[in-house]
Design a protein around this ligand. Structure first.
Ligand code: SF4
Ligand code: SF4
Length: 434
């Protein structure tokens, strides 16, 4: 077999440190993560296997290694050896073997390529074990060990430098001026004072710029005093997905501190799932108290504007089905808001077999959509969703997360499927009534 045709290893390594230093770095991080909650979760698995059927990666492949609980195995071993109540005995008697570098390397595929941290397994576990959260904590150790997919590592380095994985902060004013001109909307940038700080997802600053124009159209319609700001503009938070806690904190602080600096009472998040996870649910841990600003996802913002009649929308009168983004609906609690917006638009909702908090993931969350190595696996998972969407017979297919949208676009292209994915924000902006 030539070098060119040899299968690529399913792991990447960053930096030049020794294998021993990598294992030690990962172990130190794992042990730090074993607080009371994680320890309880590690102790309480009864090996019932119910989580397997909940995971789209297992369902799509039937491979035992994609069983959710198996994805935690090295984390569990680290717990038993280093932090469990019988750790000295376990170590002394050699009951659980020390983790090896080859095991950590193999594990990379299980927690980065084949876990979107969607939490569907968490929902069905009879013991209440939050596998998605434990995978996220395990990623912290993998990042410390320099053992994450190269694509994600590249985005991490770029975000450290630019404040975004796709756009340097200093380019923001020019980008916004171009989008404003192209769509004929006013997009304020770097105002010294505003009530709402508006943030974006990376793709909205590059190719999906209509989303920025759509948000601007709605904010201008209600007469809001708002701005985008180079100090904190990209809410996607690549640190959240990669396991880079320092970056996660820095990006979160950039947004919240910028909001405080300009006197904003609201940070408006884009149609992005992990932006909501990072800013809405994890931001308080960096501040140690309730956040001094309200973090609002675009979907709940639209639902509130419609409910309070600050905007009115035209009735479309067609059928639609809706993909519930995991971080916004199952992990985020916003199940009703998108349905209220769809109802206001006069779209008759035909639910998929699995929907709401029980919906299957798009297959691209948690950084999987950016991880080139995971493409074949992602395409297999896409098939579950495609079949459920088709089965509804609905004319339109809508979602409210840009990452899910991109995942569906890529899956549809690969499968030669002609169903268009639509953004809830875009439909509202295109159907504003006078
Ligand atoms: S969080 Fe989602 S992707 Fe990860 S193991 Fe659970 S069901 Fe599978
Ligand atoms: S469903 Fe919960 S208890 Fe059952 S195997 Fe999975 S993690 Fe363990």
């Amino acid at each position: 077999m030539s070098a060119a045709s040899a299968p690529r290893p399913a792991f990447d390594r960053q930096g030049e440190r020794s294998d021993e230093a990598r294992v030690d770095g990962a172990m130190r991080s794992f042990v730090r993560e074993f607080g009371v909650t994680a320890a309880l979760h590690m102790e309480s698995c009864v090996r019932c296997g119910m989580c397997a059927e909940a995971c789209h990666f297992y369902v799509a492949t039937g491979e035992a290694k994609y069983t959710p609980v198996y994805k935690l195995e090295p984390f569990r071993r680290a717990y038993l050896r280093e932090a469990g109540p019988f750790a000295p005995l376990v170590r002394g008697l050699g009951l659980v073997k020390k983790l090896r570098i080859d095991e950590l390397q193999q594990w990379q595929e299980l927690i980065y390529d084949s876990c979107t941290m969607c939490g569907r397994c968490t929902m069905v576990c009879p013991m209440g074990i939050d596998i998605a959260e434990l995978v996220k904590e395990a990623r912290h150790g993998m990042f410390k060990a320099g053992l994450i997919p190269d694509r994600l590592a590249l985005m991490d380095r770029t975000a450290q430098q630019w404040g975004s994985p796709a756009t340097p902060a200093e380019d923001l004013p020019d980008i916004l001026a171009d989008v404003a001109k192209q769509y004929g909307v006013r997009i304020p940038c770097d105002l010294p004072q505003a009530d709402i700080l508006v943030t974006a997802a990376p793709a909205e600053l590059v190719e999906h710029t209509k989303a920025l124009a759509d948000a601007a159209k709605i904010l201008n319609r209600i007469g809001a005093k708002w701005t985008m700001h180079h100090g904190g503009f990209d809410a996607s938070n690549i640190g959240f997905n990669n396991g880079d806690m320092q970056l996660q904190e820095r990006l979160t602080r950039a947004i919240v501190d910028t909001a405080l600096q300009i006197g904003a009472k609201i940070v408006l998040l884009p149609e992005c799932g992990h932006a909501y996870g990072a800013a809405r649910w994890e931001a308080a841990k960096w501040y140690g108290r309730a956040l001094p600003v309200r973090i609002v996802h675009m979907t709940e913002f639209l639902a509130e504007l419609i409910a309070s009649q600050r905007i009115c929308v035209k009735k479309i009168g067609e059928t639609a089905t809706f993909h519930d983004p995991c971080q916004i609906v199952r992990r985020g609690g916003l199940e009703a808001a998108p349905r209220q917006v769809l109802a206001a638009l006069g779209l008759e909702l035909i639910e998929m077999k699995d929907h709401g908090v029980g919906a299957y993931c798009c297959g691209g969350g948690g950084g999987v959509v950016s991880n080139a190595r995971a493409v074949p696996l992602r395409h297999k998972v896409f098939e579950i969703k495609r079949q459920q969407i088709e089965a509804t017979g609905a004319k339109r297919f809508v979602t409210s997360c840009g990452q899910c949208h991109i995942t569906f676009d890529m899956g549809a292209k690969y499968a030669h499927w002609d169903k268009k994915t639509e953004s809830l924000l875009e439909i509202v902006a295109d159907n504003l009534a006078e």
